[in-house]
Design a binder for this molecule. Structure first.
Ligand SMILES: C[S@@+](CC[C@H](N)C(=O)[O-])C[C@H]1O[C@@H](n2cnc3c(N)ncnc32)[C@H](O)[C@@H]1O
Length: 879
């Protein structure tokens, strides 16, 4: 059907920007769900409305930024992003923010350059706003660098000259920077989008150079050798070639690279208990194995091509460190990604807040690599690259430094086999969830069910312990499950902490470079693991409190029923019977409204709906408070200001009870009334505290109550007292009053209670049924009581101990044999639904795995060594 003419006009009048999630994205499914959960599609067309609307720029940018953030999430951000369920498309990380802002900028630039959108001024206004956002973001992340003036830069200047002779252009100056060797600072103010450095393709060192060397015919015949290994072997020889075209470049390289691969024994010892220890060992063993495959055979067979003195193990390791710490991945014009050395660009240091994110694509128009700024860099400021989204352990192993600042990629991977995950079989391997943890200070959500820990990890443990449970709730069974999950995690992290605490650390100040780095790394690991232990512990306290509250509620409910049932005769004769019924009923209405509100909040319903529920809860709470107050007023005929604190209320009541019953009541009656009001009071204060907390979190006005004047209070008291004479008439009257106090949402519940009320009053037979149900309830309390013991006692510890013992056995074993490559993999196996919970075991795989073998419990990180290729592979993926 043709759109109406007015719509047509509107469509051509406005123009749109399309933000699209690539179907090739390895995390397509997750991102698609996240987009949809936030009301966007994977191909979202954002219409650029006319500027007549006052907030149009910020509104449009907000939408675009929310979508772009999701599109640019990486695996780690996606994994941890689920923690913050309340603000799903807020800021994720500096990297993500700069990526998202730049992607919008380039979309706007494309629209401007194609000229398709006739609203050029609209596009330009948006562009300026986004550039300003990028600048503001950059201003918050300026890294302070100290330039060391004393070091000579003769070789570096020669290289710059050589580069310029070949067509290199730069707006950067090479300097020595304290703590990181050479670095590049901006010679002038550079804005977002500007090119800081342009390297002609002709000076890039890549495998192409091997192909034209005398080595190639030999290497071509060598089975299973990768092109990366070929170029590494080439560089070992070229370094010593006096006539090399790249001599000026090789002259600038250090004699020794201080990376983790060169760590000495003391540094390795200092790394005891960390995953890094195993990683470095594995990496070195892998390299040694590769070296042994090639040498001395190549030297023996081709002594002229591979002179023995140039191909020692030490030289090989030097070359590996060069390529690991200095190479970049470059997309060649024919679409192939190759690992290259890029002279001059190799002076750029890494930062968690980089200026340059993308630099690895050959510009075919200029036949050069352009290093364009994704955020501005002021004159004199160090210009940083991103080497990749690397953890500190990766940066330490392959680059030999720990970055300044809080590294969001400092994760501890966990090897968890989740057979309960119905997703696992059907989805593609790229979507396989790698479980991990990081410092819980990164998380904004430390509430119950989150605890600052990653939700996917918690969910895996939840599924194991309660396979049928799909939603988080404040129900006791769910809380018990939470308790067990946290107990298990606490025990695992506690165990890691013990490993890290093992042994004395050398004094950092008196140590060599490697020991200093090792100690610094271990401190970082301790900080991470300690935050995990603390968060589990805090989570356990939260769960325990919630559990106790819900338990107390149940006990109270049963107690109240018992009070009514067991001493019904007494209650019936009691002057307060009907009034108590009324108060109990309004407390029930409040409880029901409270549960609805809690559930819907957790389900993240729309703010309007939640507001409505919160108003209803407030009304129900107000009614309960009001009736409780009136009940007490009716009891002791004493004025108590409405809105008085609940504990004061209780004290008042107790005082009044003592006074009024002193001469005309027995202790049982007093105790019964006191018990009753205490139970109601606790219920009210719990609900009120929750509401207040949510109001203060959301910055809303504090709770407001309907204030009754004294006459109204008296009227209510009289009304309540009147109910003793005629139960039925009081009930009818109450029904008339109720619509003012009750919400529509809890009406059904109210009506059921009304029936119950009449029913209770009807006959003794019904009360014997009630008593029966009370007995049933009590036994469920007993069961629940046992669950408490389970949470803290032997049963849970039994399970936990299984893990602890096995982790201990395994880790002790690993510690003894850390220098051996043949340690087994340790996995947490999450059994499927049919299996018993106590099958949560740490299974020790006795079969030694070759390169893929995993270190104790913590996941092996460097599974990337491609065993099939039998080659050195470089991990610094730069794109
Ligand atoms: C590509 S090079 C960068 C230039 C190097 N600074 C130099 O003098 O040759 C990579 C090496 O620089 C150092 N580096 C890079 N970023 C660093 C940082 N943020 N802090 C400390 N050292 C850093 C590390 O030694 C790393 O192996």
């Amino acid at each position: 059907m043709e759109p109406p003419a007015s719509d047509k006009a509107k469509e051509t009048d406005d123009c749109a920007v399309v933000l699209e999630l690539s179907e090739d994205d390895p995390h397509y499914d997750k991102k698609e769900s996240l987009l949809q959960a936030n009301g966007y599609s994977p191909k979202e067309r954002v219409v650029l409305k006319s500027s007549s609307c006052p907030n149009w720029i910020s509104d449009t940018l907000k939408v675009m930024l929310q979508i772009a953030r999701i599109i640019h999430l990486d695996e780690v951000e996606l994994y941890f992003g689920e923690d913050d369920a309340f603000s799903p498309v807020d800021f994720y990380s500096p990297r993500n923010e700069v990526e998202a802002l730049n992607s919008i900028l380039s979309l706007l630039d494309v629209s401007l350059s194609t000229g398709k959108c006739i609203r050029v001024n609209v596009l330009q206004e948006l562009r300026e706003a986004i550039v300003q956002m990028i600048r503001d973001f950059g201003d918050k992340h300026i890294v302070k660098t100290t330039i060391v003036e004393s070091n000579s830069l003769g070789k570096e200047e020669s290289l710059l000259q050589w580069g310029e002779d070949h067509g290199m252009r730069t707006r950067l100056q090479i300097v020595y920077v304290e703590g990181s060797g050479r670095g590049a600072i901006a010679k002038e103010d550079l804005d977002v989008g500007e090119v800081a450095l342009e390297i002609p393709f002709s000076i890039v060192i890549s495998e192409e150079l091997v192909r034209v060397s005398d080595m190639f015919p030999v290497l071509e015949e060598t089975e299973g050798i990768s092109s990366e290994t070929m170029v590494l072997l080439w560089s070992m020889k070229e370094k010593h070639n006096c006539n090399s075209e790249f001599k000026t470049y090789f002259n600038t390289l250090p004699e020794k690279f201080n990376t983790g691969l060169s760590f000495g024994v003391h540094a390795m010892k200092a790394l005891g208990g960390t995953l890094l220890l195993q990683e470095i060992i594995q990496a070195k063993e892998h390299l040694r194995a590769q070296y042994d495959l090639l040498f001395p055979k190549l030297c023996d067979d081709h002594p002229h091509v591979f002179p023995r003195e140039l191909y020692t193990w030490e030289q090989f390791l030097w070359a590996c460190e060069l390529w690991y710490s200095n190479s970049m991945k470059v997309m060649f014009p024919e679409g192939k990604l190759r690992t290259c050395l890029i002279p001059i660009a190799g002076f750029l240091n890494h930062s968690l807040y980089p200026h340059i994110l993308h630099y690895g694509k050959v510009d075919t128009a200029t036949n050069s690599l352009k290093f364009r700024l994704s955020r501005p860099c002021s004159a004199g400021e160090e210009c940083f690259l991103s080497y990749g989204n690397f953890s500190s352990s990766h940066l330490l192993t392959f680059y030999g430094f720990l970055p300044q600042g809080d590294n969001l990629y400092d994760i501890i991977p966990l090897d968890i086999e989740d057979t309960t995950d119905e997703f696992t079989e059907s989805r593609s391997t790229s979507n396989t969830t790698t479980h991990m943890v990081r410092g819980t200070w990164h998380s904004n959500n430390h509430n119950i069910f989150y605890y600052g820990l990653p939700s996917p990890l918690l969910d895996v443990f939840r599924r194991t312990q309660f396979p049928m449970m799909r939603s988080k709730s404040l129900l006791q069974t769910s809380l018990e499950n939470e308790g067990e999950v946290l107990e298990n995690l606490h025990s695992i992290f506690d165990d890691m902490m013990k490993e890290l605490d093992d042994g004395d650390l050398p004094d950092r100040e008196d140590s060599s470079w490697d020991v200093r780095l090792a100690v610094e790394f271990k401190d970082l690991q301790k900080r991470i693991v300690s935050s995990l232990v603390t968060s589990c512990y805090a989570g356990l306290k939260l769960v325990e409190n919630e559990w106790c509250k819900s338990m107390a509620e149940d006990i109270r409910g049963v107690l109240l029923k018992m009070m009514v049932a067991n001493s019904f005769d007494l209650w019936q004769k009691d002057a307060f019977f009907s009034a108590a019924e009324e108060v109990q009923e309004s407390a029930d209405v409040m409880e029901s409204a409270y549960r609805t509100w809690v559930r819907e909040r957790r389900e993240m319903q729309s703010p309007d709906y939640l507001d409505e529920l919160s108003r209803e809860l407030q009304t129900a709470l107000g009614t309960a408070k009001w009736q409780t107050h009136a009940f007490m007023r009716f009891n002791h005929h004493q004025f108590v200001t409405y809105g008085i604190q609940n504990n004061q209320l209780l004290e008042e009541f107790e005082k009044a009870v003592r006074l009024s019953y002193g001469h005309r009541s027995n202790d049982n009656t007093t105790a019964r009334h006191r018990q009753f009001i205490a139970a109601i009071e606790e219920q009210i204060s719990r609900v009120e505290a929750s509401l207040r907390e949510s109001f203060s979190e959301e910055g809303k006005q504090s709770l407001q109550w309907v204030n009754l004047d004294e006459d109204e209070c008296n009227e209510l008291a009289t009304f309540l007292s009147g109910t003793t004479q005629s139960l039925q008439s009081a009930t009818d009257e109450c029904l008339e009053l109720r619509p003012l106090m009750r919400s529509s949402r809890v009406e059904n519940h109210v009506q059921r209670r009304d029936t119950d009320l009449n029913f209770n009053a009807a006959s003794d037979r019904d009360f014997s049924d009630e008593r029966k149900s009370i007995r049933d309830d009590s036994s469920s309390i007993n069961n629940n009581g046992n669950h408490v013991i389970k949470m803290e006692g032997s049963e849970v510890h039994g399970r936990t101990d299984d893990i602890v013992c096995q982790v201990d056995r395994k880790t002790n074993n690993a510690r003894r044999t850390w220098s051996s490559p043949n340690f087994g993999a340790l996995k947490i196996i999450i059994p499927d639904e049919d299996e018993q919970i106590n099958k949560l075991v740490l299974c020790i795989d006795d079969t030694p795995k070759e390169k893929g073998s995993k270190p104790v419990f913590w996941k092996q990180r460097y599974g990337e060594f491609p065993p099939g290729q039998g080659a050195v592979s470089f991990l610094n993926q730069v794109s």
